[in-house]
Design a protein around this ligand. Sequence first.
Ligand SMILES: Nc1nc2c(ncn2[C@@H]2O[C@H](COP(=O)(O)OP(=O)(O)OP(=O)(O)O)[C@@H](O)[C@H]2O)c(=O)[nH]1
Ligand SMILES: [Mg+2]
Length: 280
Amino acid sequence: MTIQWFPGHMLETQNLLKKAISKVDAVLEILDARLPEASANPFVNKICNGKFRLKVLNKNDLADPEQTKLWLEYFKKKEGTSAISICGTQKVQAYEALNYCVNKIDRNRARKIKVMVIGIPNTGKSTILNSLAGKKIANIGDVPAITRHQQRTSLKNNIDIYDTPGILWPVIEPEERAYILAASGAISDTAIDYNDIGFFAATLLIKRYPDLLMQRYSFLKMLPDDELTLIEKIGSARGCLKKGGIVDFQKASEVLIRELRAGKIGRISFETPKDPEHDN
Ligand SMILES: Nc1nc2c(ncn2[C@@H]2O[C@H](COP(=O)(O)OP(=O)(O)OP(=O)(O)O)[C@@H](O)[C@H]2O)c(=O)[nH]1
Ligand SMILES: [Mg+2]
């Protein structure tokens, strides 16, 4: 299944970023710590050429800490790449990311420093802005595409920060990347089929996080052999039933995805770094 979700405001934002990027001193690229590669928009690579950019693996409180550690090591080995992991709801951690960036800029104190926050939808860009400002400046929400326009905010220390709308790209390929993005909550519900995403997530959980799965769904007497059985058991236990008592797989998948996104199953990462030796 090809997932396509590229509403008009994303194209507008893409065009705006192309022009605005030359006027900023540095970029905070907000990634999702659970999917640091899938959540990196290739367009950001194109426009940030020569500009200092910090990869911020946000939502680290939801990600598998072992995997986050591996990702940070992975990025450290990549030339010209700086990365940090944070929980963006925490002011201190949001400032760690901003200060990292600011310290890399040749600073003339009389001039304002401009830092732009970029990323795909729902990675926590506006949350980080609010944490930095110490108050609610931008609307946030647990669905993608909350921010629709660029917003400039002046912080202390002569720093201006630009929050921008999350952007994806017209056709998301390969399929696995689209599924990872959808499972994380970066793609609108209107563009995905919960059955597909639920089955994808169930496969991943059985393979990589069997213990967390068994703890969360204590009605499972043993680890299900396959994703179909897992979804079916969740559906029966949670009352996701159609007429005649048949399990409603769509509803059961929604339950699984909702709980996965909210961190109720535990700290889960969707991606493991590849061996950089084999990277191209
Ligand atoms: N657990 C956790 N949740 C977070 C964190 N940062 C943001 N969130 C939540 O993630 C959701 C999305 O946050 P936003 O700040 O609206 O994300 P955004 O990147 O601005 O999204 P768009 O404007 O749609 O591009 C909200 O429900 C936030 O509360 C974090 O570090 N940890
Ligand atoms: Mg936002």
